[in-house]
Design a protein around this ligand. Structure first.
Ligand SMILES: [Zn+2]
Length: 285
């Protein structure tokens, strides 16, 4: 992927802030969240909210500070900035074309743990989006996990992860995540066909929309890139992860969809670059 010429809008860099910034109560939240959130990117925001609700009183999210440019020579930081900016720019254009206004998301880079409006953010959760502060939280070490433990190599695999999280921001702006939360509170379906899986697969589809539209604009995909993203989508499927971590597949506990489904919906978004093709709520998964 030839990303180097992409626009940068800055990141909020909390790396190296030290343990003082690991806010109080984070330990408890971390244990609970790590237990339910094995390496998937994108903890179900409602799960995060409900688990951390009781912790919220003692935790106040850090104020957003001004975005800054990445340190010189920090290519991984710059990459995250470029992809995040591109995803926001892509969705801003899509919203504009439909007469809507897009509010850009934030991105925070951290190491270890950090405070968020959704409670304590921990590296073990994988990258996630917090609707409370409209921010993508990313510990860049996850890229090594993706590469070495999950076998998803390549820069475009990493780009897919960031674009998926921005997809959750789009869902927040469109009200989709709120509707899903309300449906689940009324006792909606869970597991393999549940609303949470549909929400996640839609975020994969939105990542595909970004991939297509950004490439039309930037012409930055190289041969093998698309396969990298599709391979990444496969490597974080619930069935694949469960086999690796538990040795057994439990569809009732699915939160993100199977490997085949995640690949299918990324491709569906990529095919025409049209978010209208991402209706995972009324189509067969
Ligand atoms: Zn997700």
């Amino acid at each position: 992927m030839r990303w180097e010429d992409g626009r940068e809008s800055g990141v909020e860099d909390r790396r190296g802030l030290g343990p003082a910034h690991l806010i109080g109560g984070g330990g408890i939240g971390a244990i609970i969240l790590a237990a339910i959130g094995y390496f998937v990117f994108g903890i179900d925001p409602r799960t995060t909210m409900s688990v951390t609700q009781s912790l919220q009183q003692e935790q106040s999210p850090q104020q957003h500070v001004a975005n800054g440019a990445c340190p010189q020579g920090d290519e991984t930081c710059r990459f995250a900035d470029v992809i995040h900016t591109s995803a926001d720019d892509t969705w801003a254009a899509i919203f504009r074309s439909q007469g809507e206004t897009y509010r850009p998301s934030h991105i925070v880079l951290y190491s270890g743990g950090t405070g968020t409006a959704c409670g304590a953010g921990q590296s073990a959760m994988g990258p996630f989006y917090c609707p409370g502060d409209e921010t993508v939280y990313l510990d860049l070490d996850f890229f090594n996990t993706l590469d070495r433990q999950l076998g998803a190599k390549g820069d475009f695999a990493r780009a897919y992860v960031i674009a998926h999280e921005v997809g959750h921001h789009v869902q927040k702006l469109l009200g989709t995540s709120d509707q899903v939360a309300a449906a689940e509170e009324r006792g909606g379906s869970h597991g393999a066909n549940g609303a949470s899986v549909r929400l996640e697969l839609q975020a994969d589809c939105y990542a595909g929309v970004w991939a297509r539209q950004s490439n039309t604009k930037m012409n930055w995909l190289e041969s093998g890139d698309l396969e990298e993203a599709i391979n990444a989508a496969a490597s974080v499927g619930d069935d694949t992860l469960q086999k690796e971590t538990q040795g057994v597949v439990v569809p009732d506990s699915f939160t993100h969809g199977t490997s085949a489904q995640r690949m299918k919906w990324f491709r569906a978004g990529y095919e025409n670059g049209d978010p209208g093709d991402c209706d995972t709520f009324s189509r067969r998964l």
